[in-house]
Ligand binder design. Structure first.
Ligand SMILES: *[C@@H]1O[C@H](CO)[C@@H](O)[C@H](O)[C@H]1NC(C)=O
Ligand SMILES: *[C@@H]1O[C@H](CO)[C@@H](O)[C@H](O)[C@H]1NC(C)=O
Ligand SMILES: *[C@@H]1O[C@H](CO)[C@@H](O)[C@H](O)[C@H]1NC(C)=O
Length: 192
């Protein structure tokens, strides 16, 4: 009896507080329903994206620009400390004249003292069809001399909200004289 009445009392207080008190607009955290947010397990998709990344460092219109290097430039054979800012086109085919599907914007930096190893911190900003305006964020290690490099996809926006996955990169073409390179990317990503 005592338990029942205290339950009723608690219920009444809850009901009153939710009806009488204004919604607290300063509430820091609330639990939401996943289904209402459209992110139930049933709606999870696995997408595969395939494109070519054009890293153009030479010529009059480079899309990859070195912005920093270690004060002692010969301190390491790996260029440790070098930072390159990029806004590289992503195309559907390997040829630069094929359809542009997005851009890779961010930076890569030489982060390994003993072999060539890059820290990649960039966003794939897509421009094509339903992906237009959506992004995927890459944060990982890239050893460009390896045949296949794998980097985590750590998140995304737009169509790629809550994204997670990985990208595999393979050098399609590289010009050792100019430093220009075309890299094939296969991206596997879970999203809703
Ligand atoms: C780096 O450059 C300095 C000055 O030119 C030279 O004395 C030194 O031997 C070089 N170090 C390496 C590892 O090449
Ligand atoms: C790229 O496309 C252009 C124009 O269609 C063509 O002239 C060129 O030969 C192509 N390059 C390669 C490497 O296929
Ligand atoms: C992508 O979105 C932008 C901004 O809304 C728009 O200007 C552009 O035409 C769109 N591109 C494609 C290929 O749909």
């Amino acid at each position: 009896m005592a338990r029942a009445s205290s339950t009723i009392l608690a219920f009444t207080i809850l009901t009153l507080s939710s009806t009488l008190l204004p919604t607290n607009s300063h509430q820091f955290s609330t639990k939401l329903n996943k289904r209402e947010m459209g992110i139930s397990a049933k709606r999870e998709k696995l997408s595969h994206l395939h494109f070519y990344f054009h890293d153009i460092v030479s010529g009059r219109n480079p899309t990859a620009v070195r912005v920093a290097e270690a004060a002692i430039t010969n301190s390491s054979a790996t260029g440790f400390g070098m930072v390159v800012m990029i806004d590289d086109p992503l195309t559907a085919g390997p040829n630069m004249s094929s359809k542009i599907v997005g851009r890779a914007q961010g930076l890569y930096a030489s982060a390994d003292l003993s072999e060539i190893g890059l820290l990649m911190a960039l966003n794939f900003a897509f421009l094509e069809g339903k992906f237009n305006g959506s992004t995927l964020s890459v944060l990982g290690r890239n050893s460009p001399l390896s045949a296949v490099r794998e980097m985590p996809i750590v998140g995304g926006s737009g169509i790629f909200r809550f994204a997670r996955g990985y990208a595999q990169a393979r050098t399609h073409f590289s010009d050792f004289k100019t430093g220009d390179a075309v890299v094939e990317y296969n991206v596997y990503v879970l999203h809703y």
